[in-house]
Design a protein. Structure first.
Length: 455
């Protein structure tokens, strides 16, 4: 065993172990941690900004606890050669809570699919750089693999330290080690390569499980004439056009894959409705790629519908009520999809809306609906108390939080709730009208998705 200067639990976070590496150990890039003999995580070391001489520090969050635990046996190992760096038996360790008493272990158990986001893309004509974050599977960044196709030339930086991300995902062990930067060199990639798809693979218990996918648009023509955020005279969105196109394209590819998997494919005469289509960031890609399909969008925000009518030369866009009725012929659509309706749909209107969607769909038609479930509740949990969490878990439904900005924008008389629904709630509420074909967690960011077929 080699020497270290000190090892301690953090006062601010009782689940965080901190180690200062002594002289002669500054070359160690990362350390492994085992807890009671079981491998837990591999975390990078970083330079110590407070030390006068060359030193490195290492910190790792321990597994979440539901109650006070004592006597955990810790081993810290150099992964390059298996050399034991430190052994220690901890005293009593308190479970971690947020400022309102909610246990990290409760939230972690409900949001066990590691969320990821790739919200930013930069393209300079030769290199595509994707900036994002992916929560380390099971708290261990080394259990995540980035997969690109053969012949793709790329460089990857992961995990990068991001205290802001760790702050928000307070419940997830080692969330601060989530950021990544991936640069794809198009000029150096082979002619047959597909550099426009990134897959995440989780390596759990010696097996690999497919995680999420990031799709990169292979052209940015859709950004022409699209509003550019806060500088736009009448903005309908608050981010640069290139990022809006990137995110919209990702959501389109995921939605198109679900539709095709369950029988609604791109063909001449296919009829699609984007329910609460917004500024058309998903609809536009169906218009571009499902040529021959009859694509419609409807939204309760007049300004966004007006923008879609100005922006798109194909497709049809109509303004609709926030209440359950839409001005379309019965049994007209092969599929209705939505990313933004269910998050604000109160329980009192859910049954009526399910009936309305069924009215619009052809026999056997699909409703593909994203909704905030367990991962969304976990995403918001730093603002929530234990009583809220217990009510949400016991009912599988909660609409106590609201979005006053959206309420003001739409001018509706009652508040716009942020509605959380469990997977079981969605199955039960739709079962009289729809058959549930699939429910997938965290399919669209932190939103789950339900694929329903009209009975």
């Amino acid at each position: 065993m080699v020497n270290v200067t000190d090892i301690e639990l953090s006062h601010d976070n009782p689940s965080s172990l901190r180690l200062t590496l002594g002289d002669g150990l500054t070359e160690i890039p990362a350390l492994n941690l085992t807890v009671n003999g079981k491998p837990w995580a591999t975390i990078p070391t970083v330079p110590d900004p407070t030390a006068l001489q060359d030193r490195r520090v290492w910190s790792c969050e321990l597994p979440p606890l539901h109650s006070l635990v004592g006597g955990e046996f810790i081993e810290i190992i150099d992964p390059r050669n298996g050399r034991l760096v430190k052994q220690v038996q901890l005293g009593a360790r308190e479970p971690r809570r947020n400022g309102m008493g909610l246990l990290a272990a409760d939230v972690y158990g409900d949001g066990a699919d590691p969320l990821f986001s790739a919200p930013s893309m930069l393209y300079d004509g030769a290199i595509v750089t994707i900036y994002g974050a992916h929560l380390p599977p099971m708290g261990d960044p080394s259990k995540l693999r980035f997969v690109l196709g053969p012949g793709v030339a790329f460089t990857l930086e992961y995990p990068l330290y991001s205290p802001e991300f760790g702050d928000h995902y307070w419940y997830w062990p080692n969330a601060s080690w989530s950021a990544f930067r991936l640069s794809i060199d198009l000029a150096r990639s082979s002619a047959a390569a597909d550099p426009f798809k990134i897959s995440f693979v989780h390596m759990l218990d010696a097996t690999e499980r497919q995680g999420g996918v990031v799709y990169i648009p292979n052209q940015m023509i859709s950004s022409i004439g699209f509003p550019g955020g806060l500088d736009d005279p009448t903005p309908v969105q608050q981010e640069p056009a290139q990022i809006a196109v990137f995110n919209g394209y990702n959501n389109y590819r995921c939605m198109a894959e679900l539709l095709s998997r369950f029988g609604v494919a791109p063909r001449k005469g296919a009829t699609l409705l984007d329910w609460q289509c917004g500024e058309g960031r998903v609809t536009r890609h169906f218009l571009d790629n499902w040529t021959g399909a009859d694509v419609w969008g409807i939204d309760s925000d007049r300004e966004k519908i007006a923008f879609c009518k100005r922006r798109f030369s194909s497709g049809a866009f109509v303004h609709g009520s926030f209440k359950p009725s839409m001005p379309f012929t019965s049994e007209y659509f092969d599929a209705v999809y939505s990313l933004t309706a269910m998050p604000f749909l109160p329980a009192a209107d859910e049954g009526s809306w399910m009936e309305e969607l069924a009215r619009l769909l052809k026999p056997g038609g699909l409703a593909v609906l994203a909704f905030p479930g367990g991962c969304a509740a976990a995403y918001s949990s730093r603002y929530l108390d234990r009583d809220w969490w217990n009510r949400w878990k016991s009912k599988g439904y909660n609409d106590e939080l609201c979005d006053p900005e959206l309420k003001a924008r739409l001018g509706v008389p009652s508040y716009i709730p942020n509605v959380y629904r469990s997977m079981e709630n969605v199955k039960i509420e739709s079962s009289g009208i729809f058959e549930t074909l699939a429910i997938e967690p965290a399919r669209f960011g932190y939103l789950d998705v339900a694929v329903l077929r009209k009975r």
